[in-house]
Design a protein around this ligand. Structure first.
Ligand code: ACK
Length: 371
């Protein structure tokens, strides 16, 4: 059963994909540690379509102590996404037996957030540019706008595949050898099609129960019974998208950018829209909100949103209208775009396609101004 309590056989695409042969992976060096596991640089032989060849890859594994965490859902989301130049591609997966492993394309320049922060100080050594690739030294406004464009393209594609990322942030954008952005980490993502199927199954199951009970007792208990039965069977607030509202416990901010309030899972509170903070709603429009925060991270070279506030204050004040302070050093076009991504009304926010168009237009304008 997956994290939504549905038998994976009905919802996953697992059967369409072959399990990768574990012995064909050789872990080389630890790249870093995430919330639940590790990411390794590795060599993989005989990846699909490349028999007889060896390729450098990134392998995500889960720590032995995180027994309840599975990489199956993440693998299914990445399989559904397939291949796009601005999304990290899944090359293979070992998810039929423990320990789970995801084999992904290797993005050699690491996280965008690290690059942005390194660029703050002229003494930091930035990676040399590759001929034909994007210039990363210095991080010019045009290079920064190029990052924004890549991310908008990647997210437009992700949204078109009916996936909600739920954890879009500069820490979850990687750079490849050409300095091109690739969106990664689908550990919190949801597949809207699988969700719809789950809801239909729940509704059908509830109808079946009601029908069989009505037959059994041969009389109508009335709507109160039906409501109680529904709540008893499925509970309240069932489903994904839960964040802790338990304000009685301690609070801590992890170095992954997630805030932990109480004992529940860490959440990217500072990247979350008001409706996610208040009503646990996660949609493409809440991803757009996070995209606005990523534009802000790019413009501020990797600042932390609302850094003066605690996570609890962010949860309270963003629904009241608080927004990140607009960065002075950003070009006007991005002020405007990022503030519209933070519109209180989700349907008033721009789409990813609209954002892509606006960023492309300002890039062209700058080229014209410069020449
Ligand atoms: O900044 P980094 O080197 O980039 O440190 C983190 C670390 O693993 C933990 O997430 C790196 N990482 C994650 N996925 C990949 C990937 N597909 N290719 C290269 N590095 C990756 C990330």
């Amino acid at each position: 059963h997956n994290r939504y309590g549905i038998n994976d056989d009905k919802t996953s695409l697992a059967s369409e994909f072959q399990e990768f042969e574990r012995s064909n992976i050789r872990l080389k060096s630890l790249l870093g540690e995430g919330n639940f596991g590790q990411v390794w640089k590795a060599e993989a032989d005989d990846l699909s379509g490349h028999f007889g060849a060896t390729r450098i890859v990134a392998v995500k594994t889960i720590r032995a102590c995180s027994a309840q965490v599975t990489l199956k859902d993440e693998a299914n989301i990445m399989r559904k996404l397939g291949s796009h130049q601005n999304v990290v591609t899944l090359l293979g997966a070992c998810v039929e037996s423990e320990p789970h492993m995801l084999i992904m394309e290797y993005a050699m320049r690491g996280r965008l957030l690290s690059l942005l922060r390194a660029a703050r100080s002229a003494t930091n050594i930035l990676p040399a540019s590759v001929p034909g690739g994007r210039s990363l030294t210095p991080l010019s406004p045009r290079t920064l706008a190029g990052f924004a464009l890549d991310i908008a393209c990647g997210m437009e594609y992700i949204a078109s595949r009916r996936i909600v990322h739920r954890d879009l942030a500069a820490r979850n954008v990687l750079l490849d050898h050409n300095g091109m952005c690739k969106i990664c980490d689908f550990g919190m993502s949801i597949d809207l099609d699988a969700e719809r199927m789950r809801k239909e199954q729940e509704k059908n199951a509830a109808n079946d129960i009601l029908r069989s009970n009505a037959q059994k007792f041969k009389f109508d208990f009335g709507s109160r019974y039906i409501l109680q039965h529904w709540q008893h069977t499925f509970g309240q607030g069932h489903g994904p998208g839960h964040c802790s509202k338990d304000h009685s416990h301690g609070e801590k901010k992890s170095h992954h950018g997630h805030d932990t309030i109480g004992k529940r899972h860490a959440l990217p509170i500072r990247w979350m829209a008001p409706e996610s903070l208040q009503y646990h709603m996660f949609t493409t429009e809440t991803d757009i909100w996070a995209f606005g925060i990523v534009l802000w991270e790019i413009a501020t070279l990797g600042s932390t949103p609302y850094s003066q506030l605690t996570g609890r204050e962010v949860i309270r004040r963003v629904p009241q209208g608080l927004r990140p302070e607009l960065p002075k050093e950003s070009r006007h076009e991005f002020y405007n775009l990022m503030s519209r991504c933070w519109h209180k009304e989700p349907h008033m926010r721009p789409s990813f396609a609209q954002s892509r168009l606006e960023i492309t237009r300002s890039l062209h304008k700058w080229v014209d101004d410069d020449s």
